[in-house]
Design a protein around this ligand. Structure first.
Ligand code: ADA
Ligand code: CA
Ligand code: CA
Length: 261
């Protein structure tokens, strides 16, 4: 190779390396995984209900993306009926819940709530009451306008929440801080997008609750508490907020698990 050709080749190599490294820096500066807000589903029809719809143990209730409406008053009263009541091992899927939405979905035992969308959360969106220490799942779906809690964990065991979207909510999840029975409760949150949430999860450290959070995207979330720790209290009294936990014995989450968008 002639000297000038060699110089040109090495110059090209240098330019190439600079372009590559610039690209690498550009890619590295992007959020780890830019999350996309899911499109709210369109109803395929309406189902008018005037009382709780029960799903028997182990059965799957597929709503076919119909909009189920309505029970209760839309207030924060705990005495409203549930929209759906799931017996142990039941699955509720492909449902849009209209408003008023009463006390939401009740899981009497282990349950799976898949691709369920709350247009306007009632007292809460779902309550997990299993006391067998089992696992319950929320997979996909979304919820809007919860004055307080979306998922309320009153039993024990583990609630898994994944691929969920919520907008304008108090807490995505709360391990009951003042139920008639106290338990250690666990929650695993993965891949959620929350727009205008006051809290992601609230847990009680005095009962040994465990929260594990990964891939949390917060929109309008500069002030959002990610993992709030409380001292749970007896029924009829209010739990005390202690602090936000980051990578301690109860809140298994680090700042890198949260993306602000
Ligand atoms: C509140 C209330 C609890 C329980 C819960 C629920 O947190 O203090 O005792 O009723 O709501 O199940 O919605
Ligand atoms: Ca409730
Ligand atoms: Ca409540």
């Amino acid at each position: 190779m002639r000297a000038t050709v060699r110089r040109r080749v090495s110059l090209l190599a240098v330019v190439g390396a600079v372009v590559m490294s610039t690209a690498a820096v550009f890619i590295a500066s992007q959020p780890a995984s830019a999350a996309t807000v899911p499109t709210w589903p369109t109803k395929t029809g309406d189902v008018k209900i005037s009382a709780t719809v029960s799903v028997k143990a182990g059965k799957v209730y597929d709503g076919g993306m119909k909009r189920f409406c309505c029970v209760g008053s839309g207030s924060q009263s705990e005495t409203q009926p549930a929209v759906f009541d799931l017996a142990d091992g039941a699955t509720l899927k492909n449902v849009i819940i209209g408003s008023p939405a009463g006390d939401g979905v009740h899981c009497e035992g282990r349950c799976t709530i898949q691709n369920v969308w709350w247009e306007d959360v009632g007292e809460d969106a779902a309550t997990f009451k299993d006391t067998s220490g089992g696992d319950s799942y929320v997979i996909g779906g979304g919820a809007k306008s919860a004055s307080d809690k979306v998922f309320q964990h009153n039993g024990n065991g583990t609630v898994h929440i994944s691929n969920f979207y919520a907008k304008t909510i108090g807490k995505l999840y709360r391990a009951c801080g003042n139920c008639s029975k106290s338990y250690q409760r666990k929650v695993i949150v993965n891949n959620v997008i929350l727009d205008s949430a006051k809290y992601v999860v609230g847990i009680n450290t005095n009962w040994g609750d465990q929260a594990t959070l990964r891939n949390v995207t917060l929109i309008n979330g500069k002030k959002t508490h990610v993992c709030a720790e409380y001292k749970g209290a007896p029924k009829g009294t209010e739990p005390t907020y202690l602090q936000d936990g980051w990578g301690d014995g109860n809140c298994h989450v680090s700042k890198s698990d949260v993306t602000y968008q």
